[in-house]
Design a protein around this ligand. Structure first.
Ligand code: DX5
Ligand code: ZN
Length: 219
């Protein structure tokens, strides 16, 4: 499967968001939307008033990354505003006492692809039981909450180990890597088994989003 690039709009120009969305709609594969609640993660980003108008003009799949507690409260609303891929944190389910398998199934019943995200300090063994129930896994290569952080080097070996386990348990499950992704690490991530790369700062702070997205593809 070809590598897909999912720019995160967290680093976009929010005063001219339409311009950036139109660029992504032309050259990206997926548009990544980072939703933060200030409780699961120590930062607040944006919610439906920003996402709904984006969904109206974007034709590429929308991937919402929920960094919120009680994510299930909003699954229907994300489905009805046109989100295609919806992920929540394993840490959120654990904190709320909900079963990640049930949350993944609920997302799928609403017609969206279901993703499970986990931070760099979560042992991979804690993720393995859910591989069979997920359409995609999001390996955080920085701690969720802020754009612009440096890629954590241990993420390479975590990705390789996760890829091996996914091949055994559910080869259809895609692997997404999120955080600190740049054109200088994308080829290695692809070779270790990443299917989707999320990149915010490297795309939007480069001054050349189109060129950076092309470079991330490492074709
Ligand atoms: C971090 C977010 C990422 C972030 C990526 O909590 O999940 O999607 O926006 O941004 P960069 O590419 O700047 O690390
Ligand atoms: Zn994200």
């Amino acid at each position: 499967m070809q590598l897909q690039i999912a720019p995160s709009i967290l680093a976009a120009d929010f005063l001219n968001l339409e311009k950036d969305i139109r660029i992504l709609d032309e050259v990206a594969d997926i548009i990544h939307l980072d939703v933060m609640d200030g409780t699961l993660v120590p930062n607040i980003s944006f919610g439906f008033p920003v996402i709904e108008p984006i969904a109206k003009i974007a034709s590429k799949p929308l991937d919402a990354h929920l960094m919120i507690v009680h994510p299930e409260k909003y699954f229907e609303r994300f489905a009805s505003c046109g989100i295609d891929m919806l992920s929540f944190h394993l840490e959120a389910a654990r904190r709320d006492g909900t079963d990640p398998c049930e949350l993944l199934a609920a997302i799928r019943r609403l017609g969206m692809k279901a993703g499970l995200v986990f931070n760099p300090d979560i042992p991979l063994e804690n993720v393995y039981p859910y591989i069979g129930s997920a359409d995609y896994l999001v390996l955080m290569s920085v701690y969720a909450g802020f754009g612009g952080q440096s890629f954590i080097e241990e993420s390479y070996s975590r990705l390789a180990a996760l890829k091996r386990e996914v091949s055994l348990r559910n080869p259809q499950c895609l692997l997404e890597v999120d955080g600190g992704v740049t054109p200088s690490n994308s080829a290695r991530l692809r070779s270790l088994g990443a299917d989707i790369l999320v990149a915010g700062s490297s795309v939007f702070l480069s001054g050349d989003p189109r060129g950076t997205i092309a470079a991330l593809r490492c074709d």
